[in-house]
Design a protein around this ligand. Structure first.
Ligand SMILES: [Zn+2]
Length: 150
C-alpha cells in the first residue's frame, strides 16, 4: 500500500473505530521515511482512548498517538502522527476449515468439523465409527448412505 494522502479521505477517530471494530486486521508502523518499524496482526481489532493523562489510543499489541489523523481508502486506513505513519488493512474473515467424511475415513480418526455433502452445512455432521459413515443432524442425511448401503 502506498499511502497517498491526496487520494485518501480523512475520517474521524469514531469513524475509524466503527469501520474496524472486531475485524481481522493487519497493521504496520512506519517511520516518516518509510522504514518499517513493526508489524502486527489480530483477529479481533479494537481502538480505544486510554483514559487519564496519556494522549494515546490502545489497540491490540500497539499504542497509537491520539493526536494524529486517520485517513481511509476502501478497506485500507492510515494514521499519521509525529511518531510516524501506521497503515491498517482489514483482512477477510478466516475461512473455517472443514472436512469431508472421506477425510475422516482416510485419517482413521475423528476430524472436526465435517461439512455435509448434501446441505453443505459445517459442524452438524457426526461420524459413527461402527457404521463407517457420518450423519448430518441438519438435513437428516447420511453422507455415504448409512445403513442403506449394507
Ligand atoms: Zn446436511
Amino acid at each position: 500500500m502506498k499511502g497517498n494522502r491526496d487520494k485518501m479521505e480523512e475520517i474521524s477517530l469514531n469513524k475509524f473505530k466503527e469501520l474496524t471494530h472486531h475485524k481481522r486486521m493487519k497493521y504496520t508502523w512506519k517511520k516518516a521515511d518509510g522504514t518499517k518499524i513493526k508489524e502486527f496482526e489480530t483477529d479481533k481489532f479494537y481502538c480505544n482512548k486510554i483514559p487519564g493523562s496519556l494522549n494515546m489510543l490502545s489497540m491490540p499489541k500497539f499504542l497509537l498517538s491520539a493526536d494524529g489523523k486517520f485517513y481511509k481508502d476502501g478497506e485500507k486506513f492510515m494514521h499519521i502522527s509525529e511518531y510516524g505513519t501506521t497503515f491498517f488493512e482489514v483482512l477477510p474473515p478466516e475461512e473455517v476449515k472443514s472436512y469431508d467424511v472421506q477425510d475422516v475415513i482416510n485419517a482413521e480418526s475423528t476430524l472436526e468439523p465435517i461439512k455435509c455433502r448434501h446441505c453443505k452445512k459445517v459442524g452438524n455432521v457426526v461420524y459413527h465409527q461402527d457404521i463407517g459413515d457420518a450423519y448430518c443432524e441438519n438435513c437428516g442425511k447420511w453422507q455415504l448412505g448409512g445403513r442403506e448401503k449394507e
